[in-house]
Design a binder for this molecule. Sequence first.
Ligand code: ADP
Ligand code: ZN
Length: 327
Amino acid sequence: MHVEEGLEFCNLRLLWQTPNGRLTMFGGIEAGGTKFVCGAGSGPEDLKTAEIPTTSPECTVAASVKFLQENSAGNLQAVGIGSFGPVDLRADSSSFGFITSTPKAGWRNFDFAGAVRKVLDVLVGFDTDVNAAALGEARWGAAQGISDFLYLTIGTGIGGGAIVGGHVLHGLVHPEMGHIRVPHDLNRDPYRGCCPFHGDCLEGLASGPAIEQRWGVAGTNLPPAHPGWELEAHYLALGLANWVCTISPRRILLGGGVMQQAWLFPMIRAELARLLNGYVRARELMEDLDQYVIPPGLGNRAGILGAIALGEQAYRSQRLDKRSLTD
Ligand code: ADP
Ligand code: ZN
């Protein structure tokens, strides 16, 4: 077995070099419903980024690709795309790399990975935005060396990516952690929820838009002493308690706009401890909750660095494939 094969991607400390000794460049596209963040570089130190508004697939992808070409000094080896969804991630599917059933005009059934590959003619890694962000945190952020963890974003929606045994969890489609059902006490919280599919799923009750609809004021302007925050911490802790009991993560990273309210962290930790009630016996959950539920180490760069990590992963897999063919 090659040394590289024995290394968990999460623990990778390599910097790739081209045969002429120059640093290999990767491209990243963090594709969101309102904007794309594009990045070129080999990691956090040399990353160059640009934001592009999300318009039609043709215009947005053309502008993204142009940025990558202009900022990679001719060394672009692979591109990673972390995309809004739903996306098709089944490797054997004819629509792998497509955005599938989105209501977003023009993007439904768009061959995203194919469009980028066609213009740049490089390897393309493709995953959800949150899976990519989780990968970024594993590679350069607050989950380095941790084989099992969750990355969640609490913003316009709620999404989560899980790394299990050092690998991104995909499963049948990809996890939709924001849409889990949580207990909803209508006496305490008469708000019905804003998810168009489920009403009061976790996203429907605890996303940024849910806070704004329930209280008539965006989270940014909701005062710290407002009882809405206690409710928010309760719902998020319910989600966390469910994932602690199902996926058994060794750490949970909480990012996204709503988590900019840093004092939510101690509230969520205390509520998580209360809900688990000492049942799951682990030091991390009993004494070290301060280190267990934490912000992403890469802050708002988790998504774009995750996309770079996806590109790097595609490049690395191909190199290993080539080597095993010549063995
Ligand atoms: P997106 O999810 O669209 O990528 P964000 O993660 O910034 O973007 O999430 C936007 C949502 O988060 C909005 O509903 C907004 O009201 C809320 N939000 C943004 N910043 C804050 C903040 N500092 N405090 C509380 N809520 C915030
Ligand atoms: Zn839902």
